[in-house]
Ligand binder design. Structure first.
Ligand SMILES: NC(=O)c1ccc[n+]([C@@H]2O[C@H](COP(=O)([O-])OP(=O)(O)OC[C@H]3O[C@@H](n4cnc5c(N)ncnc54)[C@H](O)[C@@H]3O)[C@@H](O)[C@H]2O)c1
Ligand SMILES: Nc1nc(=O)c(N)c(NC[C@H](O)[C@H](O)[C@H](O)COP(=O)(O)O)[nH]1
Length: 227
């Protein structure tokens, strides 16, 4: 059984950071890049983020453009893609914007270590999928999403989830907007955090395109040696 075509979309500073050392959000994208992100959301079957991003940014993960929402509904889809949180311990707040804003299905992926009472509460708001013992088993989850009809999956970070998806060979392409700012900070999250690749298995990319956008540059990469 297959898995969805999966791409990471992210914005990072010129020094590779995706937020500050306190994990505070920084506006990196310009208007054109935010609109490009909106188009990607509108043309994806599902959008996935990690719980760290939900707790730090409380993103709605909604499609902002009314015409894009209408086009989805004209095609018989919900106005927004399925919104998925990778949340081992079921920590997604019940008043998170992904529950309050926009239409469309929500999925919370938890692991077997998630407290039963938290799982039960989240089941009022979303489809809860339990997969994995301590952390969410992303390989198994993507297979299940594919069987549910998710053929095109957008991953919007953050740093740790990007690492997990890439190190499991689950990412086909990376679209990275590099903004005209420097964030600095040893502890500031980067595009890919996690435990890092060993020098013998560094992940290789193929540059698909590069274009000036807003005050920065949009880089599109194909991920090699993926599964
Ligand atoms: N600039 C951007 O494009 C962008 C996009 C998204 C997030 N961010 C920033 O990134 C930061 C959040 O990144 P982060 O790394 O703290 O959190 P994250 O969003 O990457 O979530 C990681 C968490 O997901 C959970 N998880 C469950 N199963 C997992 C698995 N198999 N592998 C890995 N994690 C698993 C763990 O609790 C883990 O800590 C925030 O500061 C946010 O502002 C920036
Ligand atoms: N693409 C992008 N450019 C940025 O400059 C920036 N700071 C983020 N940060 C990721 C963040 O989690 C969400 O992209 C925003 O919070 C959007 O929020 P919505 O989902 O639209 O509510 N993402």
């Amino acid at each position: 059984m297959g898995r969805p075509f999966t791409f990471i979309n992210s914005a990072m500073s010129a020094d590779g950071k995706i937020s500050t050392k306190e994990r505070k959000q920084v506006r990196i994208s310009g208007d054109v890049d935010f609109d490009r992100m909106d188009e990607l959301r509108a043309t994806s079957d599902a959008i996935m983020v990690g719980i760290g991003t939900v707790l730090a940014d409380d993103p709605s993960l909604t499609v902002k453009s009314k015409s894009r929402r209408s086009a989805r509904k004209d095609n018989g889809s919900d106005e927004g893609p399925i919104r998925i949180v990778i949340d081992s311990k079921a920590r997604t707040p019940l008043d998170a914007d992904i529950f309050i804003k926009g239409e469309g299905k929500r999925i919370i992926a938890v692991s077997g270590s998630a407290p039963e009472d938290r799982v039960k509460m989240l089941q009022q708001k979303a489809l809860v999928i339990t997969v994995g013992d301590e952390q969410v088993d992303l390989v198994a989850l993507l297979k299940e999403l594919y069987s549910m009809g998710v053929k095109r999956l957008m991953v919007e970070g953050g740093a740790t989830l990007n690492w997990a998806m890439l190190s499991n060979g689950l990412v086909d392409e990376i679209y990275s907007f590099v903004g005209n700012l420097l964030i600095g900070g040893t502890c500031a999250p980067t595009l890919v955090d996690g435990s890092g690749f060993h020098e013998d298995d560094i992940l290789k990319l193929d540059l698909m395109s590069m274009e000036k956008m807003d005050e920065g540059v949009l880089l599109k990469w194909a991920v090699l040696n993926r599964y």
